[in-house]
Design a protein around this ligand. Structure first.
Ligand code: GNR
Ligand code: NI
Length: 166
């Protein structure tokens, strides 16, 4: 088990589109264990492979109050979504930025588990938001991309001040 470094905005690697998982092996299972460890240590409710420089379509999630309900989805696909929800979001890859984002209230998702078996999941509320946030990461998208240009500029400037490049 190991803690993985989390890529921070504006790292260009956060823009890489993740590739589908074609086979599950021990190396992949170990990476997923490291992703859980990293996610829990950072107090995140979700973590996408992209954020830890693993550009495969994988995310881990635990939105439970107990912090003991692990969900890992490989090759997630959102089949259907409905309703509208504005929830305040943050991201382990975007420091010190929180804002409301328009999302679907419910999602119906399909994917594969670590045994390579198909799984289907219907989610609403925070879990639905988290799934949409993680699938965005796998497509190289960040929650701030959903905000106005003005808000994006403010976040970029604040980030540059806190972590100047070179
Ligand atoms: O820990 C996280 N909390 C969160 C809160 C509202 C909406 C989305 C999230 S996901 C985030 C962890 C993260 O950055 N996952 O990619
Ligand atoms: Ni995130």
């Amino acid at each position: 088990m190991a803690l993985l470094p989390i890529l921070k905005y504006p790292d260009p690697r956060l823009r890489i589109k993740a590739q589908p998982v074609t086979h599950v092996d021990d190396a992949l299972r170990r990476s997923v264990e490291d992703m859980y460890e990293t996610m829990y240590a950072s107090k995140g409710v979700g973590l996408a492979g992209t954020q830890v420089n693993i550009h495969l379509r994988i995310f881990t999630m635990d939105v439970s109050a107990s912090g003991n309900e692990r969900i890992c989805v490989l090759n997630p696909e959102i089949l259907h979504q409905e309703g509208v929800l504005y929830e305040s979001e943050g991201c382990l890859s975007v420091l010190n930025a929180y804002d409301k984002v328009k999302r679907a209230q419910k999602v119906h998702m399909r994917g594969m588990d670590l045994d390579g078996k198909p799984i289907e999941l219907k989610a609403e509320g925070l879990m639905a938001v988290c799934i949409q946030h993680e699938v965005d990461h796998l497509n190289g998208m960040l929650f701030i991309d959903h905000l106005s240009r003005l808000k994006q500029d403010r976040i970029r400037k604040k980030t540059e001040k806190n972590q100047p490049r070179d």
